[in-house]
Design a protein. Structure first.
Length: 639
């Protein structure tokens, strides 16, 4: 006999008893009360939670597909892709989780549902915050990146927005219901049969959709697939389905497989079609035998170069360097889930990062053909320096595997002044200068800065730009101040090296690891008033500056990206192109007839002679992912 039958039988007996003693009204109240108990116990809270999860999923889609995930768009929640999201699939994934509530009795069932709702809200909030910074969603690979949390707490909190509170409002309602009817909850009993029925129906429907869309190909889209856009996969599967599928792929991909002959040939063919037929030009080997200093500047965007705010230059020292530099003004960021560490990777290897998780965390011991290895072959010493812990983005073991002889993290420095995430750029660069001055030449030093990291809250005593109060208190004003501070420290650093004679025989390469204020706070930039058009530049461009004393200024307008740094620098430094032409995904921007870049989201920017060429270049991102996952270069005998 079912629980409903039990309740009805019980109430019939109560009704008969009450009628005998002449109290029919009280009997009907008892009957109504038991009906409410059954309704609340078996239906209302359960279906309320399902509805809440569905509404939150739609809200989530409307945010991630619109304006930096800060404003909701109903249209983009449903129609950003080829077909509206399959809402019954969303419900089915929710029911699979929530059906286990029927294994609990008493108030435990209610609190199980509330807990599921709360955890789902936290999941969406975490996804939103991560997406605002990295255009992707959290994954199991992040569990290996917990060492980053030491540095990033303030940056993470800065990703919150007022709209995020909407994901938790329903919890007030459902908890209110629970407190109102807590006496009824105590009477609920376990019902495993209901759980099994709900599980069977939900799993069957998802499998039916999988057969129809994925196997038979009926419909405009596939359900289970890793799309080029994580938003598309999220829309197909719902947030719960996306993460379930992501966890499945995580464990499927953990086992490193051998490269197949088909994959090997595909990689070879890609590099063969990439080869250019142009002869070396006047830039080739002009810095052969010189020292190389690469400075990777945190969050440096191109829109501040040669720009003034309130009549003040934001980057006066970098602007001054342009008089003796090759300045690449159409140079784009291409970092992905590994952000700054991806910049380390691409600059030194010309290999795109993996498509899921951070390359340095997932594959820290991979073998590459790299700048430090190529320079070591020419008798150079090589050193990589970061102002943070070696565990941050796991950069120290990864850069060691890439080929640097020595690495130095924050433990090698006197942390006498901290700003933001760690030791200040001023103290850090001041301590590096004598290290470089005493090095045996020739050398290659790779230096990373940190102070201009978001949330751009530089202390007041270092804010040298005179800005209006409103601008100075905004993220944009904070960004201007932070970049201006770092620019000053780079100027001091290079001045010290120049006085020591180091710059007479050195090439200095400066670029941004990725964009900054537009990457994280583009929504706030648009709200700053009064507004100037130039600071709305969200083109993903970062500057690439190659400086040498006495060089004539030249602006290079060829479109390129971080993947092109290694071959461009290698050619200038006299490294034989044949030593990296079959390992570098980038091209020499000083000797090319192609004008394009492929962004991390696989957007092709620039000119292509035909669609096939465009698709071929985009394919490079997936082939690089394959190369890293299967440690291709080790298989090919690189050491």
């Amino acid at each position: 006999m079912s629980r409903l039958d039990d309740d009805l039988a019980y109430n019939n007996s109560k009704l008969e008893s009450a009628n005998v003693i002449g109290h029919p009204t009280e009997a009907w109240r008892n009957l109504m009360g038991s009906g409410i108990v059954w309704l609340i116990d078996n239906m209302l809270v359960f279906f309320f939670t399902i509805a809440a999860l569905l509404i939150k999923s739609v809200l989530f889609l409307g945010l991630i597909n619109n304006d930096n995930a800060t404003k909701f768009s109903f249209f983009k929640a449903f129609y950003s892709f080829s077909a509206p999201p399959p809402m019954l699939v969303y419900v089915s994934f929710s029911v699979i989780i929530l059906s286990f509530a029927y294994l609990f009795k008493g108030r435990a069932r209610f609190w199980f549902l509330v807990t599921c709702d709360f955890l789902f809200s936290l999941l969406l909030l975490a996804d939103l915050m991560y997406y605002r910074g990295f255009s992707s969603f959290i994954s199991p690979y992040l569990l290996s990146q917990t060492t980053n949390l030491d540095n990033l707490s303030s940056s993470i909190m800065s990703m919150l927005r007022p709209v995020d509170l909407l994901f938790f409002i329903d919890l007030l309602v459902i908890v209110g219901i629970g407190l109102k009817f807590k006496k009824f909850q105590a009477k609920t009993k376990r019902n495993a049969a209901t759980m099994l029925i709900l599980l069977a129906l939900s799993i069957s429907y998802i499998y039916f959709q999988h057969v129809q869309l994925d196997i038979k190909g009926k419909g405009e889209d596939m359900l289970f697939r890793v799309s080029w856009s994580p938003n598309q996969t999220m829309s197909n599967l719902s947030p719960l389905g996306y993460h379930a599928f992501d966890i499945y792929n995580f464990y499927e991909n953990k086992q490193l497989e051998k490269l197949t002959s088909v994959e090997d040939q595909e990689i070879k063919s890609w590099f063969e079609q990439k080869q250019k037929s142009l002869p070396p030009n006047q830039y080739n080997s002009i810095f052969k035998g010189q020292n190389l200093i690469i400075i990777q500047v945190e969050s440096l965007e191109n829109f501040v170069i040669n720009q003034k705010v309130n009549g003040q230059q934001i980057t006066p020292n970098l602007n001054k360097l342009l008089a003796n530099s090759l300045y690449f003004s159409n140079f784009y960021e291409q970092v992905y889930n590994g952000t700054s560490s991806d910049a380390d990777l691409m600059t030194n290897t010309s290999v795109y990062p993996v498509r899921t998780g951070a390359t340095f965390f997932r594959y820290p011991n991979n073998i590459y053909n790299s700048l430090p290895k190529l320079f070591r072959g020419l008798g150079y010493s090589t050193l990589a320096i970061h102002p943070d812990k070696g565990s941050y983005w796991n950069w120290m073991p990864a850069l060691t595997a890439i080929g640097f002889e020595k690495t130095m993290d924050v433990s090698h420095f006197n942390a006498d002044e901290k700003i933001g995430l760690g030791i200040s750029d001023g103290s850090y660069l001041k301590q590096i200068a004598p290290i470089i001055g005493s090095e045996k030449q020739p050398f290659y030093n790779f230096i990373v800065t940190l102070t201009s990291h978001n949330p751009f809250d530089l202390p007041a005593q270092y804010r040298k730009l005179a800005l209006s109060e409103e601008l100075n208190q905004s993220k944009l004003g904070g960004y201007f101040q932070s970049i201006n501070y770092t620019d000053e420290q780079i100027g001091n650093f290079l001045s010290t090296l120049d006085k020591g004679g180091v710059l007479e025989n050195s090439v200095v390469v400066i670029y941004g690891d990725h964009t900054g204020v537009h990457k994280y706070y583009n929504d706030e930039v648009k709200q700053v008033q009064p507004q100037e058009g130039w600071w709305l530049d969200d083109s993903k461009r970062i500057p690439l500056i190659i400086y040498h004393k006495g060089m004539k200024a030249q602006e290079i307008k060829t479109t390129g990206g971080q993947i092109d740094t290694m071959p461009t620098v290698a050619s200038l430094m006299g490294i034989d192109e044949k030593s990296y032409e079959n390992t570098a995904f980038g091209r020499n921007l000083l000797d090319t007839n192609k004008d394009f870049v492929v962004l991390a989201n696989k957007q092709y920017v620039g000119k292509a002679s035909n669609k096939q060429e465009e698709e071929k270049q985009i394919q490079g991102i997936d082939l690089a992912d394959l190369i890293i996952r299967k440690n291709y270069f080790k298989e090919k005998g690189f050491k």
